[in-house]
Design a protein around this ligand. Structure first.
Ligand code: FAD
Ligand code: UDP
Length: 376
């Protein structure tokens, strides 16, 4: 009998496995239906010996020192500030939109103050900012929205930005400075040996047993356990009894080229042309040296593994109904991006898992063998 069954070996499941094993000394069976640990953050060396991210570019960034401290037990870090270019009107321009983006796009020589006025003259008044379209048109105006956001968002999500929650495009700031970093966070570094190495260290504990290529539905009746943490899609747990929650998927095309470099930065976005949304070149992220280079093209699709919850009101309403079902299941905790239907970054999932662990500590006395012997 395992004290815990943990479904999913991504950040949510692995952080909780590590905490429960090291702090409560309870036994854990951690399963994943994939053939590896790490969830969507999994990275591996390809045939050319280049470290790639199997599920697209994962860049670690956070403002939470406590999360850095926690993960630093399992990895050293390599400083990396993410920069992205967007192919717009035939040019490669910085995104988030900044002073250089506008000056180069329109052949201007504006100062930051003039750019602020430029935005003021172009932005639309939106009574209540609700949608992913509202956020952008009320900041930089419709023309820039159409060039940088509308096409990309339609491709990425399969729906128009006017149908998506404001939180989606609010992830991307607008700047009047020349700062061309993608993120604002105070901590922007990559795990020095890669994500998978970090996960291996987290899970290296005698109380944690990992079983891969194992689907929860196939083993739930056969594996005895006392409590469970579930990090898969919440609607799937309930056999879609209230209907399907939409999750957006991606098809990844991984290629390796016999040249040292393909593009000037790690990620180039394609908001106006191409069927793919972006191309990632990993050597920029990892600092690896090689005469070859590996890239990933991302093609959004509704078919395939669930990657993104789709933030819009009707989906959030359906999720609330699943959340109510989940709250009523005794001894099961639902954690992570798929199980709580939240468009979370890695650091937010680590934070959510650590907060869940704190709640477990508060509400559950450690399972001692004696207690269960007495209970029968
Ligand atoms: P997951 O990583 O999805 O792990 C869940 C695991 O559960 C999976 O491995 C799955 O196989 C397993 N599972 C599900 N159901 C079952 C079942 N029935 N039985 C067994 N196993 C099951 N975040 C950032 O901070 N920075 C980034 O740059 C970034 N880039 C991203 C790029 C892409 C393309 C994507 C898709 C996400 C990106 N993220 C990024 C988000 C990041 O991937 C997530 O925040 C994080 O991986 C979520 O961890 P998780 O444990 O909740 O879920
Ligand atoms: N987005 C866009 N154009 C861009 C970059 C982002 O329209 O060049 C929109 C798009 O809807 C995207 C969202 O902003 O899904 C959030 O971007 P982010 O880079 O955070 O997406 P992720 O890395 O999670 O895929």
């Amino acid at each position: 009998m395992f004290d815990w069954l943990i479904v999913g070996a991504g950040f949510a499941g692995s952080v909780l496995a590590e905490r429960i094993a090291s702090q409560r000394n309870e036994s854990i069976l951690l399963i994943d239906r994939r053939s590896h640990i790490g969830g969507n953050a999994y990275d591996c060396y390809n045939d050319a010996g280049i470290l790639i991210h199997q599920y697209g570019p994962h860049i670690f960034h956070t403002n939470a020192q406590s999360i850095v401290d926690y993960l630093s037990q399992f990895t050293a870090w390599r400083p990396y500030e993410h920069r992205v270019l967007s192919k717009v009107d035939g040019q490669l321009l910085p995104i988030p939109i900044n002073l250089d983006t506008i000056n180069r796009l329109y052949g201007l020589d504006l100062t930051s103050e003039q750019l602020e006025q430029f935005f003021v003259s172009r932005r639309e008044t939106v009574e209540e900012i609700r949608t992913a379209e509202d956020v952008v048109v009320s900041t930089v105006g419709r023309e820039l929205y159409e060039k940088f956001f509308r096409g990309y968002t339609r491709k990425q999500w399969g729906i128009d930005p006017s149908q998506l929650n404001k939180s989606v495009t609010a992830r991307v700031p607008t700047r009047t400075s020349r700062d061309d970093r993608y993120f604002n966070d105070t901590f922007q570094q990559m795990p020095a040996g890669g994500y998978t190495r970090m996960f291996q260290r987290m899970l290296q504990h005698p109380k944690i047993k990992v079983m891969l290529q194992t689907d929860y539905k196939d083993v739930q009746a056969r594996i005895p356990f006392r409590r469970m943490i579930y990090t898969g899609p919440v609607d799937e747990y309930f056999d879609w009894s209230l209907g399907r929650l939409p999750y957006r998927s991606l098809r990844f095309e991984h290629v390796t080229l016999d040249r040292e470099q393909f593009q000037p930065v790690a990620v180039v976005n394609y908001p106006q042309t191409q069927e793919y949304t972006r191309i990632t070149e990993y050597k920029h992220l990892t600092g690896q040296k090689s005469p070859q280079t590996s890239l990933t093209y991302e093609y959004p699709t509704n078919i395939g593994d669930p990657y993104y919850p789709v933030p819009r009101a009707e989906n959030e309403a359906l999720y609330k109904r699943y959340e109510a079902l989940a709250a009523a299941v005794a001894d099961v905790w639902f954690v992570g991006r798929l199980a709580t239907y939240r468009y979370y970054n890695m650091d937010q999932v680590v934070g959510q898992a650590l907060a869940t662990f704190a709640r477990i500590q508060k509400s559950l006395p450690a399972i001692s063998a004696r207690q269960f012997e007495v209970a029968g």
